[in-house]
Design a protein around this ligand. Structure first.
Ligand code: SAM
Length: 283
């Protein structure tokens, strides 16, 4: 494969199963002059597995500001470099933002070599709406801050995705149940692509019980996916919204009327669409 000189390649690496490294990612890691890695020992395991001998450079959140100027200088001098994190896609809840940002500011081409990430992997097996979703990364570790964040998200009608550390999973599920309600649907994805992969979809109350059933469920790597709030039309759509919808429905189909009404009223499109269908039926 041809590697462009003076280019930063942002390379996604496996989130568990080493076979998930793409052929293009492998070629890139072989061809660049150095791989900037979050943990060089961790990346060494991957490189050794594939017989890649490219040298690594340590780049993590504590040294990024010091190391980046040197890496950008190498890029500007014409070297091709790769950026990887411990697992998955760099910058997605992982280091690399400063390098990418500084490389761009210096006019260095930055190219993605896409691949694994726990976020789309979990979303792809949840079966919740994923045409629009909210990725919240890690919730705050302190209880009060975590609950405040969840309160702010309780009305969100898009699917929500959280990363969570195993030692906090029970507290987070408890707070999710208390703030979002026990009947909200969620999915817990554990150890994706690894030997003990488990995914379980149930209500938030049931997910809490499912985790409590086996101690190993409080270990490993976890993603929580929560279905967005189902709007209750009676609560969300009032007489003012009905007036807007009736005007729009004179000229437009329910779907377009709902989209425009959502922009005009700020109300969730899903609720407005449900009401638009009801009003069209009345007409
Ligand atoms: N950059 C990574 C990505 O693209 O997914 C995420 C890095 S973040 C520091 C690590 C978190 O990602 C874990 O705490 C967990 O929430 C999630 N994660 C990573 N690998 C996972 C896996 N195999 N199964 C489930 N969750 C995973």
């Amino acid at each position: 494969m041809s590697i462009e000189p003076g280019t930063l390649y942002v390379v996604a690496t496996p989130i568990g199963n080493l076979a998930d490294l793409s052929p293009r990612a492998l070629d890139t890691l072989r061809a660049v002059s150095a791989v900037a890695a979050e943990d060089t020992r961790h990346t060494a395991v991957l490189l050794r597995h594939y017989g890649v001998q490219t040298p690594t450079v340590s780049l993590h959140e504590h040294n990024e500001r010091q190391v980046v100027p040197r890496l950008v200088a190498r890029l500007r001098a014409g070297e091709a470099l790769a950026l990887v994190s411990d697992a998955g896609t760099p910058l997605v809840s992982d280091p690399g933002r400063i390098l990418v940002s500084e490389a761009r500011s210096a006019g260095v081409p930055v190219r993605p070599v896409p691949g694994p990430s726990a976020l789309p992997a979990a979303l792809s097996v949840a079966g919740f709406a994923a045409d629009r979703f909210v990725f919240e990364g890690f919730l705050p570790s302190r209880g009060a801050a975590r609950r405040a964040r969840l309160q702010a998200l309780a009305g969100e009608d898009r699917t929500l995705v959280f990363y969570e550390a195993p030692h906090r999973i029970r507290e987070s599920l408890r707070d999710l149940r208390e703030v979002f309600g026990p009947g909200r649907q969620g999915l817990l994805a554990r150890e994706l692509t690894k030997v003990f992969e488990e995914t379980h979809r149930a209500t938030l109350a049931e997910l809490e019980e499912w985790v409590a059933e086996r101690p190993e469920r409080e270990r490993g790597e976890l993603v929580i996916v929560v279905e967005g709030r189902e709007p209750t039309p009676a609560e969300d759509v009032g007489p003012d919204d009905d007036r807007v919808l009736r005007v729009l429905l004179k000229e437009l189909p329910a779907s377009t009327a709902a989209t425009l009404a959502a922009q005009l009223t700020g109300k969730p499109r899903r609720a407005l669409y449900a009401r638009a269908v009801e009003l069209s039926g009345e007409g």
